[in-house]
Design a protein around this ligand. Sequence first.
Ligand SMILES: Cc1cc2nc3c(=O)[nH]c(=O)nc-3n(C[C@H](O)[C@H](O)[C@H](O)COP(=O)(O)OP(=O)(O)OC[C@H]3O[C@@H](n4cnc5c(N)ncnc54)[C@H](O)[C@@H]3O)c2cc1C
Length: 303
Amino acid sequence: MSEVFYQKFQSLFQREQIRIKEPLSKHTTFQIGGPADLFLLPEDEKQIAGAIKLCKEENVPFFILGKGSNLLVSDKGYQGVIIKLAENFSRIEIEGNKVTAQSGASLSDMAACIADSSLAGFEFASGIPGTLGGAVTMNAGAYGGEMKDIVTDATVLDVNGNIRFLEKDELRLGYRKSIIQEEHMVVLSASLHLEKGNKEEIKAAIAELTRKREEKQPLENPSAGSTFKRPEGYFAGKLIMDSDLRGYKVGNAQVSIKHCGFVVNNGGATALEVYTLIQDVIRIVYEKQGVRLEPEVRLLGEF
Ligand SMILES: Cc1cc2nc3c(=O)[nH]c(=O)nc-3n(C[C@H](O)[C@H](O)[C@H](O)COP(=O)(O)OP(=O)(O)OC[C@H]3O[C@@H](n4cnc5c(N)ncnc54)[C@H](O)[C@@H]3O)c2cc1C
């Protein structure tokens, strides 16, 4: 990436919003990933749109990052521009039954504000360690709820750089998918409709779901949550366990002993180790159970 290219960003961003060769291991829950050529922390829509426009003009690839909680980034990093939409772009507004937030708002911060406003229906998302943008893009879900149930609309940037307002139906939210992924859009903000509830009951429900997560999930190790999508009619974790892969290791990557649906980093695992383990699990489960697992975790960079 040329010096001239870097300089173009300096007119759009403050010095502290631009990082060169930033290790992506600092920005993923797996704690894995090599450096990004350029790493940006935009604070408004103008900066986001401007950065994307520059990347397109210069033919440099870019990637929108949230909290990196569903990502496996290559050890070689990313040869392009990472645009992180998280704490730097995270305003939350609540008016009556409507919640609108910028896409970088964390689901846990939103859950706390929403509970304080006595609104019910967001409890399921409280323990998902991602951003609103990531959750809309992935149609994140847990414990019987999913974003599709509560999202009413989103404001997005389309591939041509136009800001568009999409109604829920236009978002085409399905199992861990949306139009955002299909058409390479960027979520700028989204709105939710929630019902009035009892604050104490909402907080108790969140506490109960947190307890369940802590009991069932290997939260003590870095991971990206459920590594595989749920195949229709099956549970990925059970298929993996029934294939005798509980605790299966490649280097420092391991199929969690606590929950076989999670691949964990035991400390110092490389992306290649996690990737190899994922491929091994897919092959062995297919040989033993005849079901082909598909990764839920998204890959970024060269593998
Ligand atoms: C311990 C643990 C538990 C988890 N539990 C659950 C669970 O119960 N349910 C569940 O569904 N998931 C779960 N996950 C996975 C993950 O948290 C979700 O998929 C989450 O929605 C990802 O959000 P993120 O901000 O981290 O996205 P990232 O991982 O940063 O990105 C994921 C994808 O979304 C895209 N993206 C992110 N932000 C935007 C944006 N603003 N505009 C356009 N595209 C964007 C990225 O380009 C990428 O393709 C878990 C993960 C962990 C580590």
